[in-house]
Design a protein around this ligand. Structure first.
Ligand SMILES: Nc1ncnc2c1ncn2[C@@H]1O[C@H](COP(=O)(O)OP(=O)(O)OP(=O)(O)O)[C@@H](O)[C@H]1O
Ligand SMILES: [Mg+2]
Length: 252
């Protein structure tokens, strides 16, 4: 299989804390790859490094064979990598539709954005596309609501919609089920599978909900103190002695 993304020996320090310690990972085109690990093991830092918000002290990231290690976040987004955040980052006073359409502007270049800013047709096209994504996620009808007044589960889908309108090739989901009830979590699992199967998007998912990760992932990587503890199929990881030890007594 062709590697879509290759992270090689990433090391990230934050004032004495080693968040990633020579971490390497290959993401194959078309897979759902789960990343699990205890609190503080470096999962979000890894996402921040891929999406350009954090620059590694050491190591390299290649996306479609192009090195993106020192590329800025908006260029990485233009290249086709979209993400959601562990803490919802919606604009509370904008409507759902406006929040989702922010995603369109993350993917276009500044030059295109200036060219399109006055184009009514372009705006209509983007609106149509945003509405299509809301429909895909089963939240049509909320487009004129403000996120602050909506149930948390819907807000999480709005953030996901904003990432999807970018039409990414690689989607990074940081704890998509955090704060969701059991039924919403199952629904999120189904949606993530549909994103890969119907929209043909490769998905990297960080999650604490073990049953969700194990049911949707083709492969699971276990991070511990910024390093790979093990990786394998969900079945292999579930019975790994080190994994059981690391997670025993934790939130898993
Ligand atoms: N911006 C930052 N400044 C200082 N330290 C940071 C920063 N971001 C992360 N860290 C530290 O780096 C380590 C890894 O954090 P990270 O957020 O990547 O963990 P995580 O695996 O996502 O944890 P969680 O499951 O709680 O979300 C932690 O010790 C954290 O305190
Ligand atoms: Mg995190």
């Amino acid at each position: 299989m062709t590697p879509l993304l290759e992270a090689q020996n990433l090391t990230v320090h934050f004032e004495g804390v080693v968040a990633l310690n020579g971490f390497s990972l290959t993401v194959n085109d078309g897979e759902i790859l789960g990343i699990i690990g205890p609190n503080g093991s470096g999962k979000t830092t890894f996402f921040n490094t891929i999406s350009g918000f954090v620059k590694p002290d050491k190591g390299h990231i290649f996306y479609n064979q192009r090195e993106i290690t020192h590329v800025s976040p908006h260029v990485i987004a233009e290249l086709g990598i979209a993400r959601t955040f562990q803490n919802l980052e919606l604009f509370p006073y904008m409507t759902v539709l406006q929040n989702v359409m922010v995603g369109n502007h993350s993917r276009v270049t500044t030059k295109d954005a200036l060219k399109n800013i006055c184009s009514r047709d372009e705006r209509q096209r983007q609106e149509f596309q945003a509405l299509e994504v809301l429909d895909f996620l089963g939240i049509s009808g909320f487009e004129h609501s403000r996120p602050a007044g909506l149930p948390f589960g819907i807000q999480k889908l709005v953030e996901l919609a904003r990432a999807l309108v970018m039409q990414p090739e690689l989607l990074l989901l940081d704890e998509p089920a955090a704060g969701l009830n059991e039924q919403e979590t199952m629904e999120m699992g189904r949606i993530i599978k549909d994103i890969r199967d119907d929209l043909i998007i490769t998905v990297l998912v960080v999650e604490h909900d073990m049953s969700l990760v194990m049911s949707i992932s083709d492969r699971v990587v276990v991070l511990s103190s910024g390093e790979t503890l093990t990786e394998g199929t969900p079945e292999e990881v579930k019975i790994n002695r080190d994994v059981v030890e690391v997670f025993l007594g934790s939130t898993y």
